[in-house]
Design a protein around this ligand. Structure first.
Ligand SMILES: Cc1ncc(COP(=O)(O)O)c(C=O)c1O
Length: 275
């Protein structure tokens, strides 16, 4: 099979596939190749297909945050790349969350930040002790509430904590709140952002997501965390499935993203109908 493609800035280009000359979407040559015996492959680079990293960067980060595609790591879902040491459920299984306390129904080494209607779904940080890692899901699941995050960034900086923000529902934000944590000044020095394709593209079960580790994020001695992260990912992970990645590329093509955003509008309409 012969695939030749010349791509324009808009992601569209001229495509020649086995003599068929047409105007096509950027994911098509990859998809067509994967559908053949000779062209099929399971995994590629551990960090993922560069076209997909570029598409994620262009869609979510480039203009507003200046994050570059080499700081984006694609994985089979949003949580895998954080590894068992960090993701909360896995930490509980591995005993890192400490003993379960029957009386409070909480784990000893986890600090729970109360986000409820009485505090407008944002924790009172003056009562939250220091932790190594702070997880925050924004917009919130299941309320959809979008919190203001500069205070969390300042809090993480002051405490020397790493803030991990789950932005799975970012495309559902309809006001002028930042879509990415990295739009907030100083966030790149303290935060990691994760997002699955599950919510905005309806990819639940397909298993595709990404993690942004800014090059400015470092340990207390100044060593960049991205270097360790890259090492761990390329050692312990085989890469996201190529089929899933081509699907992700299709969702982020100019045409695909219009359909993808439709999901968000449907969700917003549902929210209005229920309120
Ligand atoms: C807020 C949030 N983040 C991440 C995930 C995980 O998505 P995935 O299974 O695609 O990694 C979920 C799944 O329900 C979620 O609700």
């Amino acid at each position: 099979m012969v695939v030749l493609m010349v791509c324009g800035d808009d992601g569209y280009g001229e495509c020649l596939v086995n003599g068929f000359n047409g105007y096509c979407r950027p994911e098509l040559p990859y998809a067509l190749a994967l559908s053949t015996v000779e062209g099929y492959s399971g995994y590629g680079a551990e960090e993922s297909n560069m076209e997909l990293r570029k598409a994620i960067d262009k869609t979510f980060y480039k203009d507003n945050t200046h994050i570059t595609c080499d700081q984006i790591f694609v994985s089979d879902g949003s949580q895998m790349l954080l590894g068992p040491e960090i993701y909360v459920d896995s930490s509980v299984i591995m005993g890192r969350a400490g003993e379960f306390e029957e009386k409070t129904s909480k784990y000893k080494n986890i600090v729970y930040m109360n986000c409820a209607p009485e505090n407008n779904f944002f924790p009172d940080l003056s009562k939250v002790p220091r932790t190594d890692v702070i997880f925050f899901c924004n917009p919130n699941n299941p309320t959809g509430h979008t919190a203001s995050r500069p205070q969390l960034v300042d809090f993480a900086r002051k405490n020397g904590s790493i803030l991990i923000c789950d932005s799975a529902y970012a495309t559902y934000i309809s006001d002028d709140s930042p879509r990415s944590l990295f739009e907030i000044p100083g966030a790149k020095e303290v935060a990691i952002e994760v997002s699955p394709f599950s919510k905005f593209a309806g990819f639940t079960g397909v298993c595709l997501g990404w993690t942004v580790v800014p090059k400015e994020l470092s340990y207390a001695d100044g060593f960049p965390i991205i270097q360790d992260y890259h090492r761990v990912v390329c050692t312990s992970f085989c890469g996201a499935s190529n089929i899933a990645q081509v699907g992700g590329l299709a969702c982020l093509s100019p045409e695909g993203f219009k359909v993808t955003l439709l999901f968000s509008f449907l969700f917003l309409n549902l929210k209005c109908a229920l309120s």
